[in-house]
Each structure stands twice: as C-alpha cells, then as structure tokens.
Write a protein that binds this ligand. Structure first.
Ligand code: 13P
Length: 235
C-alpha cells in the first residue's frame, strides 16, 4: 500500500532530517513492505539517502526548467537533488492559491514529459458533497480534465476539501462509493486523504479500491506516521 505524508508548511530542514532518520530506522527494523511518500517543504529538499521504498517528492513546482517565476521552483532546482516525484493539484493550491485546472494540467503534462511520478489530487468542497454523489463525481471528473489517465506513473489522491484539516474524515461509505465510481474511469492507484489518523487508517485502507492514504496533520509527528505504517503492515 501507499502511505504518504504531506508536510504542507510544516517542518524545517533540521526536523525533516530527523523525521526521515527515524522513519528509515523504523522501516528497516520492522521490515515494512509499504511504499512511503514524503512531501517536505521545498526549503527542506535534499538528496536523501533512503531505502528505495521511501520516495521524497516536491509539494509543488512550476512547469519550467528555470526562469522568472518569483517564489516558485522549477525542474533545475528539483534535479539538483535527484528527486522525481511531485504532488499536483492539491486543494490548498487550487482553493487558497487560486490554481486553475488549466495550470494543473500544464504541470501534469510538463512533469509527465520528465517521467516524474505524479500524485495528482482531486476533491470536492462541502457544498458539492451536499448535493449528492452525481454532483460529487461531476466535480471530481472535471478536476481530471486534461490529465492523461493512462500515464503509468500516475497516482490519484481523492481528498474531499471539507475533510482536509478538519478532523472530520469522509465516512467509509462515502469513500467506498466515491473510489468505486472513480475506479470505473481511473485505473491508476487511488488514495484517500482528509483527516486520516491512527484510529481511522485501518478501516480506510480496507476499503475496496483504496490503495493507500495521503496524510497531513496526523503524519507530521513521525511516531504517529510510523504507527500508521505498522497498521498497514498488519492488514
Ligand atoms: P489532513 O490529514 O490534515 O486532513 O490533510 C490531508 C491532506 O491535505 C493531505 O494532502
């Protein structure tokens, strides 16, 4: 399974090093078989020496090698560290930073060209969820517009906006129904994200078509993240 942590705007360079050292030690000691993804902030990126099942990726980048895009990083900065995994379309970038579907698709195309592993996020806001599953699916499928769903390094993370950072995860039934319908269109591995924690991770990982989780808040503490990995190992 895929167990992923999005640090968002948390952790420093020092604490990221300490986190990864603890994580590596845990994975080795437990001989865990999970695929682990870690997305630190860009100030903490580096050429880490980790076992191959731990993938470090960037939370965002501009679809360009280099240039005049103040505040952004491009391919040249990512390549310096030999990283080739990226998160695209996170709801915080779409809704807080105003990233359009066209820009998400442009980023996808660019990093697909570079053969990156892409964790592509989709998810509906509360007012759409309240209208029912047909509206939810229409909204989520729109966020897949322009995305090559046959790309073999694509992972899709379903993260309902209303469940992110709220402490209220979508219910097992809601996740099951949504992932089931997404699976009819998307053959890439599907993840769920939105207030996943140590208590809920088992029932979520057991949902049909759920191949992993993308965790924010509950993953920032390395011991809690390791506990989730251990739970995944027990399934
Ligand atoms: P939380 O786990 O804090 O809800 O965040 C989920 C998320 O946005 C992961 O990308």
């Amino acid at each position: 399974m895929i167990i992923a942590s999005n640090f968002k705007t948390n952790h420093t360079r020092n604490s990221t090093y300490a986190y990864l050292a603890t994580l590596q030690e845990f994975i080795t000691k437990k001989d865990s078989k999970q695929d682990i993804y870690i997305f630190p902030p860009s100030t903490a990126l580096d050429g880490f020496t980790l076992s191959s099942q731990i993938h470090v990726g960037v939370q965002n980048a501009y679809p360009v090698e280099k240039g005049s895009f103040t505040g952004e990083i491009g391919l040249e900065q990512i390549n310096e560290f030999g990283l080739n995994t990226i998160l695209i379309g996170h709801s915080e970038r779409r809704h807080i930073l105003g990233e359009s579907q066209a820009l998400c698709a442009k980023k996808f195309d660019y990093f697909k060209e570079q053969d990156f592993e892409i964790v592509y996020c989709i998810g509906e806001p509360l007012e759409v969820r309240e209208k029912g599953i047909d509206e939810v699916m229409a909204y989520n499928l729109k966020q897949l517009e322009g995305i090559d769903l046959s790309y073999d390094k694509l992972i899709v993370a379903y993260e309902p906006v209303w469940a992110i950072g709220t402490g209220v995860s979508a219910s097992v039934q809601q996740i099951e129904e949504t992932l089931g319908k997404l699976h009819q269109k998307v053959k890439a591995p599907l993840l769920y994200g939105g207030s996943v924690n140590v208590s809920s991770v088992k029932e979520i990982l057991e949902i049909e078509h759920c191949e992993g989780v993308l965790v924010g808040t509950a993953s920032w503490d390395v011991d809690s993240f390791c506990q989730m990995i251990e739970i995944a190992d027990s399934i």
